[in-house]
Design a protein around this ligand. Structure first.
Ligand code: NCD
Ligand code: ZN
Length: 349
């Protein structure tokens, strides 16, 4: 069957994993999210991580004010660390200032140095999450100099995640930006309440796009993109309509100065400007356009017990060139697939 679809109308999507940052970067990147997404989870790995509910409230209020759109909503998770103020944490969870909590293994990615290297330290917080049906969002990578960066997801699942699942059988868990066949298969097979976000870049790139010749800093992110078999597996799970997989861009802007001309390249790819369009292309390539809405606008809301959005967006087959950069006089961010032809466009919302 080769039906030609040129137009789609889907429930307005949600971005269940994004980095909106602060200050000038926030001002620059936020419009891309507000335009095509109704809700988002804004990650708490700011320069000063979000570890109290007044900071979470301040950050989400700021985003909402800047978004200037009456239907846009933002959720901010708590940044798990070794010095949790459990009282503040519990109030924040119960009053919905925190949308669950984010586990960054320390030194696994950008702004993760205050993260966790001893799971025992966060068990009391996980207890509170479980009691309140509040989710644990995980950057699922085990950091150990003996483990290759390509195997970090597998080791985290086998060692750390299994331990968490054993102790917290009813805890709702999301493995963020799932990056390997092993991880996606694990999520699929698990009988726990566990799901995964899938980025567009993990469904478009493999490690040769990062490490062939000089490292390409604009394709460097954590978890690092992997092999073709992994990419194929992620596409299969995301495009199949499987309830456990949903949209999270992990769009992670960095100014050019942290990407080029430095030995200390920051991990993160800025995909927001073309996110919906490229997810659409991927689903088209997989002959699965009929499952796009399920992935982008239904599965995540259902997993998080949230209502579906009432607005729709229209996407049409229109060629356009994605600008190279998102920039103003102070900040310059390389757009993922900048300068390239994009085959779909969100035409109204
Ligand atoms: C993210 C960032 O830049 O904050 N980077 C990334 O490579 N994805 C952090 C993260 O989600 O790992
Ligand atoms: Zn992220």
């Amino acid at each position: 069957m080769n039906e030609k679809i040129n137009k789609l109308s889907i429930i307005k999507p949600d971005d269940w994993h994004i980095h909106l940052r602060e200050n000038e970067v926030l001002n620059l990147v936020l419009p891309h999210t507000v335009k095509n997404f109704a809700r988002c989870i804004a990650m708490p790995n700011l320069n000063k991580p979000i570890i109290d509910y007044s900071a979470a409230k301040k950050y989400s209020d700021l985003i909402i004010k800047k978004a200037n759109s009456k239907n846009f909503r933002v959720f901010v998770p708590y940044y798990l660390n070794h010095n949790i103020d459990l009282k503040n944490f519990e109030i924040g969870i119960k009053q919905n200032y925190f949308f669950g909590a984010k586990l960054y293994p320390s030194n696994s990615t950008t702004n993760s140095k205050f993260g966790v290297n001893n799971l025992e330290k966060i068990y009391p917080a996980l207890e509170i999450l479980q009691e309140n049906n509040s989710p644990l969002l995980i950057h699922a990578e085990k950091v150990d100099e003996k483990i290759s960066i390509f195997d970090r997801e597998k080791y985290f699942i086998d060692n750390e995640l299994q331990e968490i699942l054993k102790r917290f059988q009813n805890l709702k868990i999301v493995i963020e930006h799932i990056s390997s066949e092993y991880g996606a298969q694990f999520v699929n097979d698990s009988s726990h309440p566990i799901a995964s976000t899938v980025t567009l870049h993990h469904m478009l790139l493999t490690k040769k796009d990062v490490f062939n010749g000089d490292t390409n800093p604009h394709h460097y992110c954590m978890p690092v993109v992997k092999n073709e078999k992994d990419l194929i597996a992620l596409r299969k799970f995301a495009c199949s309509g499987n309830k456990k997989f949903f949209l999270g861009t992990d769009s992670a802007p960095h100014d050019l100065k942290y990407k080029e001309g430095t030995n200390n390249i920051k991990a993160g790819i800025y995909t927001s400007p073309i996110a919906i369009e490229m997810y659409t292309s991927i689903f088209e390539e997989e002959n699965s356009l009929n499952n796009l809405e399920t992935f982008s606008s239904i599965n995540g809301a259902n997993f998080y017990d949230l209502p579906l959005n009432s607005h729709k967006i229209n996407i049409e087959k229109v060629n356009w060139i994605n600008p190279d950069f998102t920039e103003d006089s102070k900040i310059k961010i390389k757009n993922f697939m900048g300068g390239q032809k994009i085959k779909w466009k969100v035409v109204s919302n």
